[in-house]
Design a protein around this ligand. Structure first.
Ligand code: FAD
Ligand code: DLZ
Ligand code: SF4
Length: 509
C-alpha cells in the first residue's frame, strides 16, 4: 500500500500524485495542522478558505471512491506539523512509500526533500506539479544565458508555445500588448456589477467558528467571507467574471475607486492558487468569450497576460532564484513597517482604503498592492523581509512562490532589478490620476512640503535623491532626474527636510 499527502493548495482532481495511486489499495492523507496555519499570521479568511476547501475536496475524493484519512484541526493535538501526521500514519499502516506532488513553497519543499525520507523511514517520491503552464525546467531553459529576465519576453514565448492569441507567428491584433488603452481612470460608468454571493454549509460554518476560536489574534474577520470553497463555486466565479467584468477588465485594470474593493478584477487568484481552478481553463474561458464577440481584445489580452505571463513568470523566477532570493535587500533598507499596516489607522486615505479592503476581504487588487501600500513601503525604505511577511499574511491568495517575487522584486526592487527594469515608484500624482482617493483625503496631493502635503510627494523625491547613484544612469529614469535637476536648490532642500521629518515620524501619518 502507498499513500499520498495532498496539501491545502493542491485541491485539484487532476493532481499528479493522484495519477500514481490506485483507489482500491492506496490511501490519501490531508491534514489541517497548526504549523501551516501559523507559520505567518494568515488572515482569518485565508485559514477558513483553505480548511473549508480542503474538507470539501476530501469529500469529493471520497465520493469518487478514494480512501481519505482527514486530520481535522485540533488545538490540543500533539501532531503540529504535516510530518507529524504522516509519521503517525506511517507507524500505524506501514505503507511502502509516500508520493507527493511537489510543494509550492520553498520552506516546506526543502523540508520534505531533505528530511522526510529519513524521518519516515520509507521512500518519498516528489512529482512535478503540472498544473502550471510552464514547468520549472522550461523556465530555467528560457532563463539560461539571458542577460535580462524580462516578463514581456517570457510572455511572448508563452504565447507562441501555447498558441494563445496568435495569428500564425504574429500576435492577434498586431501587438503583444494593449496597455496603452488599459490605463483609464473609472468615473462611474459602466456600473460595477455585484459579485456572486456564495452560500456555505453547516460544516463551513463550523470552520468559521473554529477559526474565530483558535486564531483570534490573526488579522481580519470572517463577517464578509465570500470566497469560493468548492470547485462548483469556483466555476461560478469564473463564469460570472467572464460575463460581468472581463469586458472592462482591460480599460480599468489600473483604476481605483473609493469604497469599491473589487472594480472589474476577477478575484480568481484564491481559486487558482489552491487548485480549484486550472490556469489553462481560465484562459480558455476568456478566449471563448472573446471569440464569441463578447469581450474586446484589449481586455482578453490584458487578462491572459496576468495568467499566462505574470503568474507563470513569478513562479519560474521564484524556483530559479530560491533560496537566496528571499534575503535580497539591494536598496539597503532598514526601516520597520509602520504599525498602520496592521491596524489600518492612518490619515492617508489611499492607504486606509487599501487596508480596509485588505482586512475586510483578505483582498486588495493589484494596483492597490503595487502602487499604494507597496509604493509607500518602497518610498519609505521598509526592510524587505517585514513587508514581504505582511503581504504573505494578509491576503487570501498569498503563497510564498507568488507573493515573494511580487513584493521583493516588483514592489521593493530589492532584487536589484532582476524582475523590473525600474522601480514602480510614484508620487501622489499617480494615485490622484488613477483614483478619486485624494478628494477624500486630509492631505493635499497638490503640494509637497506643507504640513498637510501628501506624504507620497516628498518621499518620492527623497527616494530618487537618495538612490541617485543607482538609478540616474537608467535610461527609463533620465526624465525623472532631469526634472529633479531643474528644481531650485531651495525646493530640493525643502523636499529633503520635509521627507526627513516624515520618515522620523513614519508611524504617525
Ligand atoms: P486579476 O487582476 O483579476 O488578475 C487575474 C489573475 O492574474 C489573478 O487572479 C492572478 O492569478 C494573476 N495575476 C495577476 N497579476 C499577477 C502577478 N503580478 N503575479 C502573479 N499572478 C498575477 N498574487 C497572488 O496570487 N498571490 C499573492 O500572494 C500576491 N501577492 C502580491 C503582492 C504584491 C506586493 C503585489 C504587487 C502583487 C501580488 N499578487 C499576488 C499579484 C496580484 O496583485 C494578485 O494576483 C491579484 O491582485 C489577485 O486578484 P484577482 O484575482 O482579482 O486578479
Ligand atoms: C496556507 C495553509 C494553511 C493555513 N493551512 C494548511 C493546512 O492546515 N494543511 C495544509 O496541508 N496546507 C495548509 N496551508 C497551505 C500550505 O501552507 C501550502 O500547501 C504550502 O505552503 C505549500 O504551498
Ligand atoms: Fe494618498 Fe496623498 Fe492622495 Fe492622500 S493625497 S489619498 S495620501 S495620494
Amino acid at each position: 500500500m502507498k499513500y499520498a499527502l495532498i496539501l491545502g493548495d493542491q485541491l485539484s482532481t487532476g493532481l499528479s500524485c493522484l495519477r500514481e495511486l490506485d483507489k482500491s489499495t492506496d490511501l490519501i492523507v490531508m491534514a489541517e495542522v497548526s504549523a501551516e496555519a501559523r507559520y505567518v499570521k494568515h488572515h482569518k479568511q485565508k485559514i477558513a478558505l483553505l480548511f473549508c476547501a480542503m474538507r470539501h475536496f476530501a469529500k469529493t475524493l471520497q465520493n469518487d471512491g478514494w480512501q481519505v484519512h482527514y486530520h481535522h484541526f485540533d488545538a490540543e493535538s500533539a501532531q503540529h506539523s504535516l510530518l507529524d501526521v504522516v509519521a503517525a500514519l506511517t507507524h500505524q499502516h506501514k505503507p511502502s512509500n509516500l508520493i507527493m506532488t511537489e510543494c509550492g513553497e520553498y520552506r516546506l519543499h526543502h523540508d520534505i526533500i531533505s528530511n522526510w525520507q529519513h524521518r519516515l523511514g520509507i521512500p518519498v517520491t516528489v512529482l512535478d506539479d503540472d498544473r502550471f503552464l510552464c514547468s520549472k525546467q522550461r523556465f530555467a531553459d528560457w532563463a539560461r544565458d539571458r542577460k535580462q529576465l524580462r516578463m514581456e519576453f517570457f510572455y511572448r514565448d508563452m504565447r507562441r508555445s501555447t498558441n494563445i492569441l496568435m495569428d500564425g507567428k504574429q500576435p492577434v491584433g498586431g501587438a503583444w500588448n494593449f496597455d496603452s488603452s488599459n490605463r483609464r481612470p473609472y468615473r462611474g460608468e459602466p456600473p460595477l456589477p455585484a459579485l456572486p454571493a456564495y452560500s456555505y454549509t453547516d460544516d463551513d460554518k463550523a470552520v468559521f467558528d473554529l477559526v474565530d476560536k483558535h486564531f483570534p489574534d490573526h488579522p481580519g474577520d470572517l463577517s464578509r467571507f465570500n470566497w469560493p470553497v468548492t470547485r462548483d463555486q469556483a466555476l461560478t466565479a469564473l463564469a460570472d467574471f467572464v460575463e460581468q467584468r472581463l469586458p472592462w477588465f482591460g480599460d480599468f485594470q489600473d483604476a481605483m475607486t473609493q469604497g469599491e474593493p473589487f472594480m472589474f478584477h476577477s478575484l480568481l487568484s484564491t481559486s487558482l492558487n489552491c487548485g480549484l481552478l486550472n490556469p489553462r481553463e481560465v484562459c480558455d474561458a476568456a478566449l471563448a468569450a472573446h471569440r464569441a464577440g463578447k469581450v474586446p481584445l484589449n481586455a482578453t489580452e490584458g487578462f491572459i497576460r496576468q495568467i499566462l505571463g505574470w503568474r507563470e513568470y513569478v513562479r519560474g523566477l521564484y524556483w530559479l532564484m530560491m533560496p537566496t532570493y528571499a534575503a535580497n535587500n539591494a536598496l539597503n533598507n532598514s526601516r520597520s513597517l509602520p504599525s498602520y499596516y496592521w491596524s489600518g489607522e492612518t490619515d492617508m486615505n489611499c492607504m486606509r482604503e487599501a487596508f480596509n479592503n485588505t482586512f475586510d476581504h483578505a483582498y486588495a487588487h493589484h494596483i492597490q498592492r503595487l502602487m499604494v501600500t507597496g509604493n509607500f513601503a518602497l518610498l519609505a525604505g521598509i526592510t524587505p523581509g517585514e513587508i514581504c511577511d505582511w503581504y504573505l499574511a494578509v491576503y487570501a491568495d498569498a503563497y510564498d512562490w507568488v507573493e515573494l517575487p511580487n513584493t521583493l522584486g516588483m514592489v521593493m526592487h530589492a532584487d536589484d532589478g532582476l524582475l523590473g527594469s525600474k522601480p514602480y515608484a510614484a508620487s501622489g500624482n499617480y494615485i490622484n490620476k488613477m483614483s478619486d482617493y485624494c478628494k477624500h483625503c486630509r492631505y493635499s496631493v497638490k503640494t509637497s512640503t506643507e504640513h498637510d502635503s501628501c506624504p507620497f510627494n516628498s518621499l518620492y523625491w527623497h527616494f530618487m535623491s537618495r538612490h541617485r547613484d543607482r538609478f540616474s544612469s537608467n535610461p527609463r529614469m533620465t526624465m525623472i532626474y532631469r526634472s529633479y535637476d531643474k528644481m531650485a536648490d531651495s525646493k530640493k532642500q525643502a523636499l529633503t527636510q520635509h521627507a526627513t521629518k516624515l520618515l522620523e515620524n513614519l508611524d504617525n501619518l
